[in-house]
Each structure stands twice: as C-alpha cells, then as structure tokens.
Design a protein around this ligand. Structure first.
Ligand code: UD1
Length: 358
C-alpha cells in the first residue's frame, strides 16, 4: 500500500511525526510531501531535525501569500505529484491551508483522504482554520478524531459513523516521546530563569495580532503580568512584524525571543508557572502537561482542554486575564485530567487503521 503524508506548517510536523514513524515501524514507509507553507529554518527544518522526521521526498516550496493565492499554489503544485504517485491514501493533518488545499486535490482525483485531528469546531467562521476544518472533514474518507467533541460534531454534520475513528491525540504522542529530553535540557537556564519562575506566552492569531488595538491591549496586559513574573514571549514572524509596526516600548520583564525549536519550547512549557496563548495546539499540550493555560480567545475548538484539562478561556480583556492570572498565583486552579486516549498511542492506531483499510 502506498501512503502519502502531507505537512506544510509548523503545527503539522508534531502531528504527522508519530503517524510517519508508526507506518515505517509497520513496514510501510510513507511518501512525505512538504508544501513549504512554512519555510524559515526556525519554523520548519529544526522540527524535522528534532522530531527525527525523514527529509521530505517532495517539497512544493509554495511559501507565503494571501489565502487564495497560497491555497491555489498548494493545489497546483500538488496535483502533478498525485497524478504521478497515485497513492492509496493521502493523509493530511490539522487545519492549515496546506491541509485543505492538498485534501481537495486528492478528493477531486478520487484518491482517499484521511484527516488527522478531525471534527474540531470553534463555530467561528472568522477563523480561517475553522473553514479549513469543516471543508477538510467533508472531503475526507476517514476522520481521525482526538476528543469526544470531535465525534459529536461529525455525527451532527451527517458524517457516517464508520468513517469516524476516535484514535486520540498525535500531538500528545510527540510530547510524550520528547518531554523528558526537553526538560533535561533546562532551557530556562539560558534565560536565567528557574522552573516555575516564569510565564510563557505565544500570540499569532490574526484576530489578536492584526488589530492594533487588540495587540496594544494584550501587550499592556502582558507588561502588567511581567511586573510580577517574567514573561517569555517567542515571536511568530507575523507577530514580530505587527509589533515592529506598532513600535511599542516594552518592559524588560517581557522577554521577546525568536521562534523556538520544539524541545526548547516544550521544556519551557513543562516548567512554566502558566502559559498565555491563542494557539490551539498549546491548549492541548498544557492540558497534557497539567500546566495552567490562559487562552486569549473567546472560544475553543478543543473543549476537552477546558472541561477536563487545565485550560480557561479568558478572551482579550485585560481585567479578565489579570483576574485569572491572580487565581493561578493564589493556587485557585483546576488540577485537570488527561482526556481519554491522549496516551501516546494515537499514531499507532492511525497506522493500523490505514493499513487495515487496504
Ligand atoms: C499558519 C496557519 C495557522 C497555524 C499557524 C502556526 C493557515 C490559514 N494558518 O498561520 O492555522 O496556527 O500557521 O504557525 O494555514 N512567515 C515567515 N516564515 C515562515 C512562515 C511564515 O516569515 O516560515 C510569515 C510570512 O510573512 C507570512 C506570515 O508569517 O505571510 C503568516 O504565515 P502563514 O503561513 O500565512 O500563516 P500563519 O500565521 O503562520
């Protein structure tokens, strides 16, 4: 059986690594295609190196552009690959433009599509990822879900039960594989910090960083937090650009960093006093690590991190964020539980199912 796995943007790498590894372990080394949606060394290659991912067999080198142009370029570049390779399965992950672009090309060529991390819904169509999720799920033949809400959403949207496979969370597989080594590196030492003695923050959602008023207010809030606890803030290229545009005078307690390699970020996250983020994946990773997470959004497509885990939605309002931060410092925070099947075996379940479908 020929399986083709697609990656494109940073969060795809941690989700696909366990699938690629489990397929190879079962004797079916997949063909790996990188769209090149993310291309900087710090956003791409370093993850391949640290996660032990094989070098992509095919690189489409699409780069950045508007949504329409980027997705169109992904599709135009991917079609000849599929026509030549004719795999039995195309496996896509997550909710980025590379996911929907390559999935659509495969579906039109009647090549079965499997979606890793299916069924998540924020019910907010202003998020480009929500559109990508819905479309990818509806063109996929096999939908691998990470949490119970995903199963419910898919059933509700009329997806046949036999196409839904609840397998758990591949991102958590990767986390479990690497967390010990990540902590052993003691990445906080380089920043002259100690375990539990800092907060970790990430921001990259257009709704938070592209609106100058929202970004200014979030930076003001982070500056307040940094008066009590240093805030380590690795910057996504988009956020770096927007902050440069604003030209804010930021306090020294706010430690701006370049995008960090996987192991450094994971080690920092595992020993952070708390995490502030608008990322989807980090909500899951903090739940898996039982680290308090303040999600700087009004909704989440990952409700199990709030219902069972250590995540709270605090939106972008200064007082709400500061109130929740006080709760963390005062120890008023849920312990959290690990959601079902976030056990490090998701990649193997996916590989087994794909190989059995042949
Ligand atoms: C993309 C995904 C988002 C995911 C995020 C993780 C979509 C719609 N969005 O958002 O779901 O959470 O990745 O990072 O697919 N850039 C660089 N170097 C790179 C890549 C990007 O400098 O290697 C800059 C470019 O200026 C680009 C901007 O970042 O225009 C945004 O990149 P893009 O891939 O369009 O979206 P992300 O915001 O990264």
């Amino acid at each position: 059986m020929r399986i083709l796995c697609v990656v494109g943007a940073r969060p795809n790498f941690m989700k696909m690594a366990p699938v690629v590894a489990a397929l190879a372990e079962a004797g079916s080394r997949p063909l790996l295609v990188h769209t090149g949606q993310h291309y900087d060394q710090a956003m791409s290659q370093v993850f391949f190196d640290q996660l032990g991912m094989p070098t992509p067999d095919i690189h489409l080198e699409v780069g950045s552009d508007t949504h329409a142009r980027q997705t169109a370029r992904i599709m135009t570049a991917f079609e000849p690959v599929l026509l030549e390779q004719r795999p039995d399965w195309v496996v896509v992950a997550g909710d980025v433009n590379s996911t929907v672009g390559t999935g659509l090309v495969a579906a039109k060529l009647e090549i079965p599509v499997a979606h890793v991390e299916a069924g998540l819904r924020s019910f907010d169509r202003a998020m480009p990822e929500e559109i990508n999720r819905v479309l990818t799920d509806h063109l996929s033949d096999l939908l691998f879900t990470t949490e119970e809400s995903g199963n419910r959403n898919l059933r509700h949207e009329g997806i046949a039960e036999e196409r839904i496979a609840f397998v758990g969370n591949c991102m958590v597989d990767t986390l479990r594989t690497h967390v010990e080594a990540a902590v052993a590196q003691e990445p906080w030492k380089e920043l002259e910090l100690s375990p539990g003695g800092y907060a970790l923050m990430t921001l990259h959602r257009p709704s938070n960083v592209d609106d100058p008023e929202v970004l200014r207010s979030l930076m003001d809030t982070a500056a307040r937090i940094a008066e009590e606890l240093p805030v380590v803030f690795p910057l996504h290229p988009r956020t770096r650009q927007r902050l440069d545009d604003l030209g804010l005078d930021l306090p020294t307690g706010l430690r701006l960093e370049p995008p960090l390699p996987y192991l450094s970020f994971l080690g920092l996250m595992a020993r952070a006093r708390c995490v502030l983020t608008d990322s989807g994946g980090i909500q899951e990773e903090t739940t898996a690590l039982s680290v308090p997470c303040l999600t700087l959004r009004w909704n989440t497509e990952r409700p199990s991190t709030v219902d069972a885990g250590t995540n709270r939605l605090v939106g972008t309002e200064k007082n709400k964020i500061l109130g929740a931060f006080d709760d963390i410092l005062a120890g008023r925070w849920q312990q959290g539980e690990i959601p079902p099947l976030w056990d490090g075996q998701a990649g193997e379940r996916i590989a087994r199912r794909l190989l059995n479908e042949g």
